[in-house]
Design a protein around this ligand. Structure first.
Ligand code: PGA
Length: 250
């Protein structure tokens, strides 16, 4: 299965002035980690985050990017800008961006292509709402999200994409999917990838779970064969909690 990656998604939390020290704290708390450790921060925190991570095992990610190279896009940030700061990962298509900022499967696809072209590692979020789960259309919906996300992307590039399965009803709610529910969808994602690209590529892709993952439920989720890591919101804001999740990813 894919390489284990535990990524924090800070969302709109923490100030630039507290970022460097906090990333150092994360690096210290997760020293000797057996997986890739990533902190994804707001744009304005990135340079401080890169500074804090310097000389450590921690990698830094952004929470979004724009799909154009440059130009008249007031308020937007390009892949080159992120790379220039030393950023390695970028979250794409988080449900909060889909819900509040008009992100669509089409813009997600454009952003993934741009990230891959430039050498950023995209962490692509997919997931269903509670209503969709209750209607029994979770797998169908995720198949559409995956197919549209990967449209026009070849197998060699697809291997560099990280997928985060994040049921919307579990994000920030304290209501985690059970390990069985999470595994079922992550396994379905892997077979979708296998049908698009073949088994070898599907095995190489890291599939994370996200949604109220925390220090006490991480081990059970991460023990599942198709869950190769986590995208962590709330619990990534406390270094001790985040470190326990990293510890569970062996
Ligand atoms: P949560 O957020 O861990 O706070 O539920 C996860 C995410 O939205 O990436």
């Amino acid at each position: 299965m894919g390489k284990y990656i535990i990524a924090g998604n800070w969302k709109m939390n923490k100030l630039p002035s507290e970022t460097c020290a906090f990333v150092k704290e994360v690096a210290e708390a997760t020293r000797g980690a057996q997986c890739e450790v990533v902190c994804c921060t707001p744009y304005v925190c990135l340079s401080e985050a890169v500074k804090g991570a310097e000389g450590t095992h921690v990698a830094i990610g952004a929470e979004n990017l724009h799909f154009e190279d440059k130009g008249a896009f007031t308020g937007e940030v390009s892949a080159d800008m992120l790379l220039d700061l030393g950023v390695k990962y970028v979250i794409i298509g988080h449900s909060e961006r889909r819900q509040y900022f008009a992100e669509t499967d089409e813009t997600v696809n454009l952003k993934i292509k741009k990230a891959l072209e430039k050498g950023l590692i995209p962490i692509v979020c997919v997931g269903e709402s509670l209503e969709q789960r209750e209607a029994g259309i979770t797998t169908d919906l995720i198949a559409i999200q995956i197919k549209k996300a990967f449209a026009g992307i070849n197998a060699a590039d697809a291997k560099n994409v990280v997928i985060a399965y994040e049921p919307i009803w579990a994000i920030g709610t304290g209501k985690t999917a059970t390990a069985e529910q999470a595994e079922e969808v992550c396994a379905a994602i892997r077979s979708m990838l296998a049908s698009l690209y073949g088994g070898e590529t599907a095995e190489a892709v890291t599939v994370q779970y996200g949604g109220s993952m925390n220090a006490s439920n991480a081990a059970e989720l991460l023990a599942k064969p198709n869950i190769d890591g986590g995208l962590i919101g709330g619990a990534s804001l406390k270094s001790a909690d985040f470190a326990k999740i990293v510890e569970a990813a062996k």
